[in-house]
Design a protein around this ligand. Structure first.
Ligand code: BES
Ligand code: MN
Ligand code: ZN
Length: 489
C-alpha cells in the first residue's frame, strides 16, 4: 500500500474514488469544487444521503473532480471522538477495498478537528491495518483488495504532512508483523522460530544486530527461573536479544523492551482447563509487540538506542517439567518457590529483566506480557494495564496510548501488595493468591527492576480478540510503544 499527500486541484487529480466525510448538519466542505458541492447537495436533498453515523453512499461520475466515484461517509450529528473516528476509518477502508478501486483520494476536511498531521498519520496506519489478512494456512484465499494507493488531499501545501503518512505506514507494518506472529499456530511458531524472525530482521536492517542465548547457555548463566519453564518442552527455550543503534550509545544507556514469548501456555503441570486453550498460542503477544516495534523503529530509522529482549519458551507438562513446590534460583540471585507452574510468564521475564540490566545498563526498561487472566477481569479488552516505578514513565506511556488510541490505564504497585508473595521456604513465591492477581504479578516483576526506571504492560486483554470469526491478534501495544519511542527521539 502506497500513500501520498497532495494539494493539486481535484479536477486534475485522477483516481478511482474520492472519499468525503460529511456531518449530519449537511455543511459541505468548502474545499470541494463548487459543482461537486452542488451535486452532493442535490443528492442529500433527494434523500439519498443524510450524513448519519457510518452511512456510506457511492456517487458515480461526480461533477467537478477527476475521480470517477465519490464515497460519501456520514459522521453523524456530533463530531466523533478520536476513537470513534478511528473506527469509522477502518469501516471506510473496508468498504473501499471491496470496491473496484485501485487508487483513492481522501479529502481531509474540517468535519473532524484533530490536527491534520494526526489524521494523516492515523489514517495511513489504519489503512495498513485494515487491509491485513492472515490466510497463509488456507488452500484458497478470498479475493484480494485492489486498493494500492491512498492519497490524502488538502488544499494547502504543508511539508510536515509527508512524514505523517510514512510514520503511519511504518507503525501499521509493525502492528501487522505482531499480528502475523500472534496468529501463527503454535506448532510452527515456537521459540527457535522467533529467533529466526529476529535474525531475518537483523539481515534486513543494518542498524540492528541480533544475538540468541540458547537454553543451555541460559542455564550456565544462572537463569534458573527461565529454564524452569523452558525445560518442560521438547522445544528449546531462547533468549533473543536485538540491539538497534540508531543513535550513538550514550552514557545514559539504551531504552529496553522485554517481551514475554511463551509460544504456547498449557499451564505446565498446573494444567489449564481445556476450553479455549488454543488461545494460549497468543501468549507470545508481548514478544510479538516487541518484534513489531523493532520493525517500526528500523523502518523509520529513529535516532535512538534500543535493546529488545524476548524471553521465548513453551510451557508444557512433561517428565522434565517443573513441579509445584520446586524452588529455583533466578539470575538476580533471588530464589523463587514455584507454587503454580501456570504463573510462568513472570518466571521467564524476571531473568530477562535482570539480564538486560546487567548486560546493557538501560535507562528505562518496559516489559510487555500477556501476564494474567485477572487483568482481563479488571480492564477487559479496551485498555492494557500500566504499572511503573516512575511517574514520568507511566505518564509518557499513558499519553502515547491516548495519542494513538492504543490506550492503557494506570494500576497501583503499592508495597502493601508485596507481602502476598511471601514464601515460607524461599525469597518469594510465584503466585500471590486470588486477590489482585494482575497487581501481584507486577509486584513480582518489580523485584527484578529495582535500580532502573521500569514499566510493565499487562496486555492479556488487549493482545488478541477472542472467539468467533473475528478472532485474531491485534498487534497491540505496538502503537503505544512506538509512539513512546518516537517521543523519546
Ligand atoms: N498466559 C496466562 C495469562 C492469561 C490467561 C492471559 C488468560 C490471557 C487470558 C498466564 O501465564 C497465566 O496462566 N496466568 C495465571 C496466573 C495465576 C496462576 C496466578 C492466571 O492468570 O490464571
Ligand atoms: Mn500461564
Ligand atoms: Zn502465560
Amino acid at each position: 500500500m502506497d500513500f501520498a499527500v497532495s494539494n493539486r486541484p481535484l479536477d486534475k487529480l485522477n483516481a478511482d474514488a474520492l472519499i468525503v466525510l460529511l456531518s449530519k448538519k449537511g455543511d459541505l466542505p468548502e474545499t470541494l469544487p463548487e459543482s461537486t458541492r452542488e451535486q452532493i447537495g442535490q443528492f442529500i436533498k433527494a434523500g439519498d444521503f443524510s450524513g448519519s453515523k457510518n452511512q456510506m453512499s457511492w456517487l458515480h461520475q461526480p461533477d467537478g473532480v477527476a475521480a470517477s466515484r465519490l464515497l460519501l461517509v456520514g459522521v453523524g450529528d456530533r463530531e466523533p471522538g478520536r476513537q470513534q473516528w478511528q473506527e469509522l476509518v477502518r469501516k471506510v477502508i473496508k468498504t473501499v477495498s471491496q470496491a473496484p478501486v485501485k487508487q483513492a483520494i481522501w479529502a481531509v476536511n474540517g468535519v473532524f478537528s484533530a490536527p491534520l498531521e494526526w489524521q494523516i498519520r492515523e489514517g495511513a496506519r489504519l489503512a495498513v491495518e485494515s487491509l491485513y489478512r492472515f490466510d497463509q494456512y488456507r488452500s484458497q484465499s478470498g479475493p484480494a483488495s485492489k486498493l494500492k494507493k491512498l492519497t490524502f488531499w488538502h488544499p494547502e501545501k504543508d511539508n510536515s504532512l509527508a512524514r505523517a503518512h510514512k510514520v503511519g505506514k511504518a507503525v501499521g507494518t509493525g502492528v501487522n508483523l505482531a499480528r502475523d506472529l500472534g496468529n501463527l499456530p503454535p506448532n510452527d511458531c515456537y521459540p527457535e522460530y522467533l529467533s529466526g524472525v529476529a535474525r531475518d530482521l537483523g539481515k534486513q536492517y543494518e542498524k540492528l544486530s541480533v544475538k540468541v542465548i540458547s537454553q543451555a547457555q541460559a542455564e550456565k548463566m544462572g537463569m534458573g527461573a527461565f529454564c524452569a519453564v523452558a525445560k518442560g518442552s521438547e522445544r528449546q527455550g531462547q533468549i533473543i536479544v536485538m540491539e538497534y543503534k540508531g543513535a550513538k550509545p550514550s552514557k545514559q544507556g539504551p531504552v529496553a523492551l522485554v517481551g514475554k514469548g511463551i509460544t504456547f501456555d498449557t499451564g505446565g503441570i498446573s494444567l489449564k482447563p481445556g476450553a479455549s486453550m488454543d488461545e494460549m498460542k497468543y501468549d507470545m503477544g508481548g514478544a510479538a509487540s516487541v518484534f513489531g516495534s523493532v520493525k517500526t523503529v528500523c523502518e523509520l530509522n529513529l535516532p535512538i538506542h534500543l535493546v529488545a529482549v524476548v524471553a521465548a519458551a513453551e510451557n508444557m507438562p512433561d517428565g522434565r517439567a517443573s513441579r509445584p513446590g520446586d524452588i529455583v534460583k533466578t539470575l538476580s540471585g533471588q530464589t523463587v518457590e514455584i507454587l503454580n507452574t501456570d504463573a510462568e510468564g513472570r518466571l521467564v521475564l524476571c531473568d530477562a529483566l535482570t539480564y538486560v540490566q546487567q548486560k546493557h545498563k538501560p535507562h528505562t526498561v518496559i516489559d510487555i506480557a500477556t501476564l494474567t487472566g485477572a487483568c482481563v477481569v479488571a480492564l477487559g479488552a479496551h485498555a492494557q494495564a500500566v504499572y511503573a516505578n516512575d511517574d514520568d514513565l507511566s505518564q509518557a506511556l499513558l499519553a502515547a496510548g491516548q495519542e494513538t488510541g492504543d490506550r492503557g490505564w494506570p494500576m497501583p504497585l503499592w508495597d502493601e501488595y508485596q507481602s502476598q508473595l511471601d514464601s515460607p521456604f524461599a525469597d518469594m513465591q510465584n503466585i500471590g493468591g486470588p486477590k489482585a492477581g494482575s497487581i501481584t504479578a507486577a509486584c513480582f516483576l518489580s523485584r527484578f527492576a529495582k535500580e532502573v526506571k521500569w514499566a510493565h504492560l499487562d496486555i492479556a486483554g488487549t493482545a488478541w480478540i477472542s472467539g468467533g470469526m473475528s478472532k485474531g491478534a491485534t498487534g497491540r501495544p505496538v502503537p503505544m510503544l512506538t509512539r513512546y519511542l518516537m517521543d523519546l527521539a
